[in-house]
Design a protein around this ligand. Structure first.
Ligand code: CTP
Length: 231
């Protein structure tokens, strides 16, 4: 297998990718949750593509029916944003590149331990579920990162404000690259993306490309940005 490295990398150098994928499920009680429509497809494909390139890959995967095809991918599962935060804290030091493809909930139901283990009952009166904000995991990881680590986020945005929102998130989260893509990408077979860099760079796919080919396209962009730090 070919390991693609920069000319400065010694032969043993293997890049380490930490990637998150899939939705979060935030419990309302023991049987209900607030989730989102992310399938995890993009992140799982990206994990497989990186493993095929010889990267050491750890995939933090949410409640998704998908699993990576490549046996070398190390898999850990999460359910909630808070579970994912704990996994990231445990794994982030041992990576060269972090890609946050997970669709993380911004709010979770504010529930007591008793509600979490019980089941809400139907009543005639209306029901109000109070939500509390979750932590911005990517911003938290970026604030603790080591020199040389490359952090990549995603921004799924309405087309008309895609570029400005993505630029804003790149700055606000303190990351190196952000993959901006329009909302229509969500359940489509193809993706049209722009990767914005902290250095002001913008790399676009040539129109919409098949999601299966997108992983390799994005990894090439990331490899250009990532220098080898584990030599
Ligand atoms: N993200 C995260 N923690 C959250 C929410 C999002 O780490 N609580 C990450 C996502 O994995 C993604 C990036 O931040 O890589 C952008 O996510 P997005 O939902 O588009 O941005 P938000 O910060 O949630 O902003 P908004 O909801 O206002 O668009």
């Amino acid at each position: 297998m070919t390991i693609e490295t920069s000319p400065d990398c010694p032969p043993h150098c293997q890049r380490r990718l930490l990637i998150t994928a899939g939705p979060t499920h935030e419990p309302i009680d023991s049987v209900r949750y607030i989730g989102n429509r992310s399938s995890g497809r993009l992140g799982v494909d990206l994990a497989d593509a990186a493993a095929r390139r010889g990267w050491a890959v750890t995939l933090l995967l949410g409640p998704s029916a998908l699993v990576p095809a490549e046996p070398s991918v190390t898999l850990a599962r999460y359910r909630t944003a808070s579970d994912l935060g704990e996994l990231l804290a445990a794994h982030q030091k041992a990576c060269d590149v972090l890609v946050m493809a997970a669709a993380v909930a911004d709010y979770r139901p504010k529930v007591t331990p008793e509600q979490l283990t019980g089941k809400l009952r139907r009543k005639d009166a209306k029901m109000v579920i109070e939500l509390e904000p979750t932590e911005d995991l990517l911003a938290g990881c970026a604030s603790r990162r080591d020199p040389g680590q490359v952090f990549v986020g995603f921004a799924l945005e309405p087309r008309e404000r895609m570029m400005s929102s993505a630029r804003d998130k790149l700055e606000r989260k303190g990351i190196d690259l952000i993959v901006a893509n329009p909302l229509e990408t969500m359940e489509a077979g193809a993706i049209e993306a722009v990767v914005l860099g902290r250095d002001g760079s913008a790399r676009r796919t040539e129109g919409a490309i098949e999601k299966a080919a997108f992983g390799d396209w994005l990894l090439t962009v990331i490899e250009e940005a990532a220098t080898c730090v584990n030599d």
